[in-house]
Design a protein around this ligand. Structure first.
Ligand code: GTP
Ligand code: MG
Length: 170
């Protein structure tokens, strides 16, 4: 008999990295070129079958603008998993992602599953952060790393599923 699970995830990352676009792709299979910057945070939910279980993903899409930084703990404290998003065409967004990892390691739930998403993988010509650099960083910090594209949908479902598979009892 399938078991039911609730799984709260939080997306963190620099402004414009593509957090809202990843959630929109995952939940509605849509992409918009001019996605508005998130104010505060937005909540989404999606029920999916993962292995033999039904998992209700509850997703907090946080705002990357610095003025909302102080709100972030409200969203990551209760989360079982985090996706830290950066933009592969923007080195500063990768540095910002590392800061989020440090903050979660210091303040977050110690059992939290963390994923690093190198988003905008469709923009290969504009790449500034190599996959090797991000993969090395992820391994050193016990994260798992995937390059994603909200635009083409590459690896979007995969990163959400992979987290669910890594959680105990799911
Ligand atoms: P904040 O809410 O301000 O923190 O930003 P965000 O991380 O939610 O970024 P958002 O999803 O709003 O995306 C910012 C811009 O990048 C939008 O214009 C998107 O269309 C674009 N974008 C997001 N993901 C991708 C992607 O995978 N590829 C490309 N080419 N553009 C993307
Ligand atoms: Mg957003």
């Amino acid at each position: 008999i399938p078991k039911d699970h609730r799984l709260t995830k939080v997306l963190l990352g620099d402004v414009g990295a593509g957090k809202s676009s990843l959630v929109l792709r995952f939940v509605k299979d849509q992409f918009v070129e001019f996605q508005e910057s998130t104010i505060g945070a937005a909540f989404f939910s999606q029920t999916l079958a993962v292995n033999d279980a039904t998992v209700k993903f509850e997703i907090w899409d946080t705002a990357g603008q610095e003025r909302y930084h102080s709100l972030a703990p409200m969203y990551y404290r209760g989360a079982a998993a985090a996706i830290i998003v950066f933009d592969i065409t923007n080195q500063a967004s990768f540095e910002r992602a590392k800061k989020w990892v440090q903050e979660l390691q210091a303040q977050g739930n110690p059992n939290m599953v963390m994923a690093l998403a190198g988003n905008k993988a469709d923009l290969l010509d504009a790449r500034k952060v190599s996959a090797e650099e991000a993969e090395t960083y992820a391994q050193e910090n016990s994260l798992f790393f995937m390059e994603t594209s909200a635009k083409t949908a590459t690896n979007v479902k995969d990163i959400f599923y992979e987290i669910a598979k890594r959680l105990p009892r799911v």
